[in-house]
Structure formats: C-alpha cells, structure tokens
Ligand binder design. Structure first.
Ligand SMILES: NC(=O)c1ccc[n+]([C@@H]2O[C@H](COP(=O)([O-])OP(=O)(O)OC[C@H]3O[C@@H](n4cnc5c(N)ncnc54)[C@H](OP(=O)(O)O)[C@@H]3O)[C@@H](O)[C@H]2O)c1
Length: 268
C-alpha cells in the first residue's frame, strides 16, 4: 500500500505509436517533440506540405536522448479523399502492424473576419479542416486504435480545440466566429466519442488552449497588441509556452491519463 504502483512509468509513452495531424509546426510539433521525449516508439506527423514535414522530422529526430523516431505522412484532412489516401499510405507503411495508440487531431485553420461580411468559402474551409477533418480521420482510425487499447491502458484520441470553442473570448474585429463555432463542435465530437468508443478501449479528450504564439495565432495576437499585451489579459499573465502543451498532451496520452475520458478540458 505504501506508494503508487508503477510510478516511474506513469507519464511514460514507452512503446507507443502516435499520429499527430498538423505535427510539422506550432502546437502539433511541440506535442510530437514531447511524445518522443516521453519515450514514444514512433511519432507520425501529418500535414499537407512535404517540405515542412521533412524538416520537422529532421529536427525531431535530432532531439538528444530519444529512443523512438519521428516519421511523416503527407495528407490533407479536409477532404474524404485526402483522409482515405493518408490512411491507405499509413496502412501500407508506418502502421503496417495495424495498431495506433494515440491519435492527436491537431490540424486546424482559422480566418478572422467580421460576422456580417464573412466570406462563405472561408466558413466552408474552416469547417472542412476543423470539423470534417477530425470526424473523418477518427472514423478511419478507430480500427487501428481498437487493436492497441486495453481496459487498463486504452488507446487515446486527443482533440485540439480552442478556448474559443467553449467561451467567447473575442468579438468583432478580434473575433473569428466561424473558427469558434467549428471548435465548439469538436468538444461535442469528443463527448460523443468518449461514450461511443470507450467499449472498444479508446478514450477521447479535448485540449482547449488559449493563445500560444504560432503561425495560426500570431496575426490575431499582433492585432491584439502583441505577445505582452495579449499575455497581460490572461489570468496567469502570460501566453502558453511549449512545455504547457507538451505536458498536458503527455498526461492525456500516458498511463497517468488512462481513466480520463472527456474530462480534461485543460484551459491553458
Ligand atoms: N496557437 C494558438 O493560440 C491556438 C489556440 C487555440 C487552439 N489552437 C489550435 O491548435 C491547433 C494547431 O495550430 P497552431 O496554432 O499550432 O498553428 P499552425 O502552426 O499553423 O499549425 C496548423 C497545422 O495544421 C496543418 N494543416 C492545416 N490545414 C491542414 C489540412 N487540411 N490537412 C492537414 N494538415 C493541415 C498545417 O500544416 P500544412 O499547412 O502543411 O498542412 C500546420 O501544421 C489548431 O487546431 C488550432 O486551432 C491554437
């Protein structure tokens, strides 16, 4: 009874394979790096641009002390054809053994703009990437996840949403209303999947970050007055940093998060 059993491996990803969409840049890259540093065997990053993927994989594999490796697959999650082509490539290549322990639906897109004049093509693109993307990719990955999960160490789906999916942090000039409602749908996707897939030993959780300086967020942060001004408006007095994101994702993907199912809405 003295200590917690198996404590040294509680936050380890030893032996796990993860697929991270949008893993070549920003938040996805930091999750990929954190997973490798936590001992993952294989981290597959996916996005549309092969140059970015190649250079990210090179960077990730240069992290000192890692036992696993980073690899990539080119894929566009915003169309069913793109998702199917990506899954086919994975099945013939990096996921030949048919098992995936962690799926991180992180790829996302945002276009700012006023509500009344917002272009419909922007709404469609936002929903294609942020809603149809995770919905369709997850459907196709269920069989891989089900093969990897057990009741004590389930496979994990981690959906990267946004604080804008649960609250209305910005409106008007600073708002991104189509993005906000697309992210709100991700939370309900997680709630549904948490119940739908638990019997197959797959849990689903949502990370809802506040601002982290990345390619996607930088224009909005600049418009708001820059990193310092935006950080000052956060109750902690700062924006998110790389460790914040890696930490919460490692928790959700490791044994430490095994019994968490649609609960960890970490509002960073
Ligand atoms: N940064 C923040 O403050 C913040 C706050 C809340 C939530 N988030 C969320 O965090 C996630 C990551 O964003 P980020 O901030 O790290 O920005 P980012 O660096 O721009 O990352 C977005 C990633 O998604 C990929 N991507 C975009 N469209 C894609 C598609 N159709 N198919 C596959 N991959 C696609 C991009 O790669 P390619 O261009 O090569 O496809 C890129 O790697 C997003 O879901 C975003 O909504 C970010």
């Amino acid at each position: 009874m003295a200590g917690v059993p198996n404590f040294p491996s509680l936050f380890s990803l030893d032996g796990k394979t993860a697929l991270i969409t949008g893993g070549s840049t920003g938040i996805g890259y930091d999750i990929a790096a954190g997973f490798l540093q936590a001992g993952a065997s294989k981290v597959i990053i996916a996005s549309r641009k092969e140059d970015g993927l190649k250079s990210a994989v090179k960077d990730l594999n240069s992290i000192s002390g890692i036992k696993g490796k980073a690899v990539y697959v080119v894929g566009n999650v915003s169309t069913m054809e793109g998702v199917d082509a990506m899954v086919q490539a994975l099945e013939a290549g990096e996921l030949k053994d048919g098992k995936l322990h962690v799926l991180v639906n992180n790829a996302g897109a945002s276009w700012a703009g006023l509500f009344e004049t917002y272009d419909d093509w922007r709404t469609a693109k936002t929903f294609d990437v942020n809603v149809r993307g995770p919905f369709n990719l997850t459907r196709r990955m269920v069989r891989f996840l089900a093969r990897a999960g057990t009741s004590t160490d389930p496979a994990r789906i981690i959906n990267v949403s946004s604080v804008g999916g649960t609250t209305v942090p910005h409106i008007g000039e600073n708002g991104a209303i189509a993005y906000a409602i697309s992210k709100a749908s991700m939370h309900h996707l997680s709630r549904n999947l948490a119940l739908e897939l638990a019997p197959q030993h797959i849990t689903t959780n949502t990370i809802a970050p506040g601002w982290f300086p990345t390619r996607l967020a930088n224009p909005a942060i600049e418009k708001y007055g820059g990193i310092d001004a935006a950080g000052a408006d956060n109750p902690l007095g700062r924006l998110g940093i790389r460790e914040d994101m890696a930490g919460v994702a490692i928790y959700l993907a490791s044994k430490a998060g095994a019994y968490v199912n649609d609960e960890a809405k970490a509002k960073l």
